[in-house]
Design a protein around this ligand. Structure first.
Ligand SMILES: Cc1cc2nc3c(=O)[nH]c(=O)nc-3n(C[C@H](O)[C@H](O)[C@H](O)COP(=O)(O)OP(=O)(O)OC[C@H]3O[C@@H](n4cnc5c(N)ncnc54)[C@H](O)[C@@H]3O)c2cc1C
Length: 479
């Protein structure tokens, strides 16, 4: 231990890396002493791109919504020419009653959609216009006044919208259970629209007006994108963390696992790492934990046990990502979209399938199609008891129902990646757990939490929060 760092960032997932990148840029004129320590031998965390021959696939996130912060970061680290965007007109499908039905993306297509009955459409319209019963009842009071995603959408838009649109969407984003997720935590923007009064339609219009008023100036360097577009990079998503790590250079240490933190009397922290060269200690004025909540639970157990138990309550369900390649002759469905989601109760265990090589063409040899499937999640914890072979067999069987022809060949198995703790669930009590943790950390100034259990799980959310926390730290150092 030689010098005192200004900022130690623990975890080189997209959140930690974007934070370190922003801090480095902000302190360009008078560089800060920053270190990013990562326990694995690679950067990127959940972002996992793999290639083999002419196949290229993702085993974690598959794409991103192009937020201004994420695009700016990509351009800053030299990836402007590598950005690719899927055709936003490609439909998304929901498998319902034995058919793949396109998800309605506008009020007009909603009226024409076969996904909802006439009654379901009328119920949704009436609810959207504000004819919504108030929140009452035992369930809500037992839940501390908080509504689940399921309760909220059933109340506002009816059972059909909930079961056929919201529930599959929740599977797609969180692999979650809408009966457990808190609407205030997991869908905070939608919950705020409802708070405006007058129904979700009025709320959406009002918040749209507010957003258009607060538009940040357009940066001509950043590619223009449209709502609904999904992005990636020519070489896959891992290009982004790798490029940030290159930008940060020697500030990134791989195979450094944080095993303990303690406070000193000089208002600094000592972080203890397990490294290939044995134990290392780092003294720092500020420390950012961009590690999952269960890692924070272990770190704080000996020093702040009351917040450690709050960290332990964040639930990360098991999800398997199963990447299968089929010759196109094995496919019966018209593969002209982003992919399909499957509501529960349809006799299919797979949660959803991304039609990866249609989304981003050029990732297979000619005549092949990659399907990236997700199975497990909060509604199917038993998935962790199956071995890889059984998981592949189940996914192949499910694809037989949704996408494959009767005489489909056995797939080429590109990957079965079991994420034993995949995505944090913003379940009931999420916001109060965070408040309890923040309160407990008041006596540890200079310790920042920045990870996907705060402020959203999407890659764009992670980059936005990383950027925000970097700015907050920089300001605090400046004063
Ligand atoms: C299967 C799956 C599919 C997804 N699909 C999408 C998608 O299509 N689009 C989208 O926008 N989002 C998607 N997400 C969500 C998104 O990928 C994540 O929310 C995001 O990558 C989280 O980034 P992070 O940096 O916060 O955390 P992580 O990626 O978990 O990074 C944390 C880092 O901390 C390191 N670490 C842990 N403990 C220690 C320690 N003690 N010392 C040092 N380092 C440590 C870890 O090794 C890791 O590198 C998906 C997630 C999963 C799992």
């Amino acid at each position: 231990m030689t010098e005192v760092l200004d900022v130690l960032v623990v975890g080189a997932g997209i959140t930690g890396l974007s934070l370190a990148h922003k801090l480095t840029k902000l302190s360009n004129n008078s560089p800060l002493k920053i270190l990013v320590a990562e326990s694995q031998n690679r950067v990127g965390g959940n972002i996992t791109t793999v290639s083999q021959g002419e196949f290229l696939w993702e085993e974690g996130p598959n794409s991103f919504s192009p937020t201004p912060e994420l695009l700016k970061l990509a351009v800053d680290v030299g990836l402007k020419q590598d950005l690719i965007f899927a055709d936003r007109k490609l439909p998304r499908y929901v498998y319902w009653n034995g058919q793949l039905l396109p998800v309605p993306m506008s009020p007009k297509t909603m009226l024409q959609s076969q996904l909802l009955s006439s009654w379901g459409k009328l119920r949704a319209m009436v609810g959207a216009l504000g004819f919504v019963r108030p929140v009452v009842g035992m369930d809500i009071s037992q839940q501390g006044g908080e509504e689940t995603v399921s309760q909220f959408f059933q109340r506002h838009l009816g059972v059909e919208v909930m079961e056929r649109l919201v529930e599959p969407f929740v599977s797609g984003v969180y692999a979650g259970d809408p009966g457990q997720l808190s609407v205030a935590a997991a869908f905070s923007r939608v919950a705020r629209m409802a708070d405006v009064g007058g129904g979700l339609l009025a709320g959406a219009i009002l918040s749209g007006k507010r957003n258009s008023k607060s538009k940040v100036p357009v940066d001509p360097n950043i590619p223009k994108t449209k709502a609904g577009e999904l992005g990636s990079f020519r070489g896959g998503l891992e290009a982004l963390p790798k490029a940030i790590a290159t930008y940060l250079g020697e500030a990134v240490r791989l195979n450094w696992r944080l095993v303990g933190i303690r406070r000193t009397e000089e208002q600094t922290y000592i972080a203890e790492f397990s490294t290939p060269n044995g134990s290392e200690q780092i003294e720092t004025r500020n420390i950012v934990l961009s590690t999952p909540a269960y890692v924070c639970a272990d770190l704080f157990k000996p020093v702040l046990p009351e917040i450690s138990s709050a960290f332990d309550e964040f639930y990360y369900p098991t999800v398997a990502c199963v990447v299968l390649a089929y010759p196109v002759s094995s496919i019966k469905a018209k593969i002209d979209g982003f992919g399909n989601l499957i509501p529960r109760g349809q006799g299919i265990r797979t949660l959803g399938t991304i039609w990866s090589s249609t989304l981003f063409p050029g990732r297979t040899p000619p005549g092949w199609q990659i399907f990236t499937n997700f199975i497990g999640g909060a509604t199917d914890p038993e998935i962790s008891q199956l071995d890889s072979e059984a998981i592949v067999a189940r996914v192949h069987q499910d694809l037989g129902q949704t996408l494959l022809s009767r005489d489909a060949e056995k797939p080429k198995v590109l990957a079965v990646h079991l994420w034993s703790r995949a995505i944090p669930q913003y379940n009931l009590g999420h916001n109060s757990r965070l408040a309890q943790i923040n309160h407990g950390l008041k006596s540890w100034p200079g310790v920042y939490l920045c990870s996907n259990y705060i402020g959203g799980v999407a890659l764009g959310d992670c980059v936005r929060r990383g950027t925000e926390v970097a700015t907050e730290i920089y300001r605090s150092l400046d004063t």
